[in-house]
Design a protein around this ligand. Structure first.
Ligand SMILES: [Zn+2]
Length: 393
């Protein structure tokens, strides 16, 4: 494959801004990035001029259930390919496939199928514009009945070593994140086991009080799933899991910035309390993402989407139809500086799952996952592992 040299108005790496930027792509990787004149042009490079555009790293979504009419738990290559292609058009170039609470059998089957896809099939760059599925986020079943949101109550169970071991066996090394409620009996032991297995432990769907949440953080939890949502609400006398997240600098907080899940004032409070490097924008997107309103599946149950908002039969919020490009625009509209907002959906999530040098950054050796933004932060082009740009402009 010929090297590609891209010239654009600027790039946000996202740690620095480079004006009049040149990026060189060799195969699926970035081989050079810098100001024009400082980057050696490889011989025979195919040149692309992206006038008026800002190049940023592709977005990394660590909490997403589906898109394009499909849910990751279907597990078929067709479903996973459609999800990966749908979100790529919105700038998400890698994702962590997120399960919801289901029967153990159903969950194991989904995990096995997704792992099989990641390990054997994958999505070769030559096939076009696709988000890379990096691994699995197990959301449930070790969660709180009181804070289950739309997770089906019949499949919620107490933390179980043997069940997590079965999940990990089916995942064959592709497990990345476990969201659990730390107040449940056996949760701290399970956190230790998950940490030993290399998982990021996330507090979520939890009614934990401050003490219980802090015990989980002491045991190794470093992440919180969609903060504010499906958690004990903050009170000045019992600050709960939110209090623990706010005052623990090592804990990253997922945020669904769709304007529905979390009020802008709560977002501003979060940003006042957490370093911008510990906020991670997620979509929590479901199969309805990129589709017209109607009835859809989340995991194994039905949700209704009206005006882009997803609810179950009880009227509870059931994930979102948010895409990360919209999350970025929403955050910037709240006054967050673009470079900080960008880190929240690129470098921060990549670092959290241990991929900070390969994903979420524009640097030599990183994957050539690029997003081309116009002045209004609309996505005008996407490249995934060096390919697909022509399909997206
Ligand atoms: Zn959730």
């Amino acid at each position: 494959m010929l090297p590609i040299a891209i010239h654009a108005d600027r790039a946000l790496t996202p740690f620095e801004e480079i004006s009049d930027v040149v990026m060189v792509i060799q195969g699926s990787k970035i081989s050079a990035v810098g100001p024009r004149g400082k980057v050696a042009m490889p011989r025979g490079a195919r040149e692309i001029a992206a006038k008026g555009k800002t190049i940023v790293p592709g977005f990394v979504d660590v909490h997403i259930h589906g898109a394009g009419g499909h849910d990751v738990m279907e597990g078929t290559p067709e479903a996973l390919e459609i999800i990966a292609a749908t979100v790529a058009k919105h700038g998400t170039t890698s994702l962590v496939a997120t399960t919801v609470t289901a029967s153990e059998m159903e969950t194991c089957r989904s995990i096995a199928d997704i792992a099989n896809f990641i390990l054997n099939e994958g999505l070769s760059p030559a096939r076009g514009l696709f988000a890379e599925i990096l691994g699995l986020h197990f959301e449930g079943p070790f969660i709180s009945q009181a804070r289950r949101g739309v997770h089906p109550p019949e499949w919620i169970v107490a933390p179980s070593r043997s069940m997590l071991m079965r999940f990990l066996a089916e995942a064959r090394g592709t497990g990345l994140i476990l969201t659990l409620a730390p107040e449940l009996p056996g949760a701290l032991e399970l956190i230790a086991l998950a940490r030993e297995a290399g998982l990021v432990v996330s507090l979520g769907h939890t009614d934990a009080n401050l003490k219980q949440a802090q015990a989980a953080i002491a045991a190794g939890a470093r992440h919180a799933a969609h903060v504010f949502n499906a958690m004990r609400p903050f009170s000045h006398r019992e600050t709960g899991v939110l209090g623990a997240v706010f005052i623990s600098p090592d804990v990253s907080a997922e945020l669904i910035a769709d304007g529905v899940h979390v009020d802008p004032t709560a977002i501003r409070m979060l940003l006042g309390l957490k370093s911008p490097d510990r906020v991670i924008l997620v979509s929590d997107g479901i199969s309805a993402t990129g589709m017209p309103d109607g009835k859809f599946k989340l995991g194994t149950f039905e949700v209704t989407v009206s005006g882009g908002v997803c609810r179950n039969a009880e009227g509870k919020l059931a994930g979102s139809t948010l895409t990360l490009d919209r999350a970025l625009r929403n955050m910037v509209a709240l006054g967050v500086p673009l470079s900080a907002a960008l880190r929240m959906l690129t470098a921060n999530p990549a670092r959290q799952i241990g991929l900070g040098s390969r994903k979420g950054v524009l640097a030599p050796g990183a994957d050539a996952d690029l997003v081309f933004l116009d002045a209004n932060l609309e996505v005008r082009g996407v490249m995934t592992r060096g390919a697909g740009l022509e399909m997206s402009i």
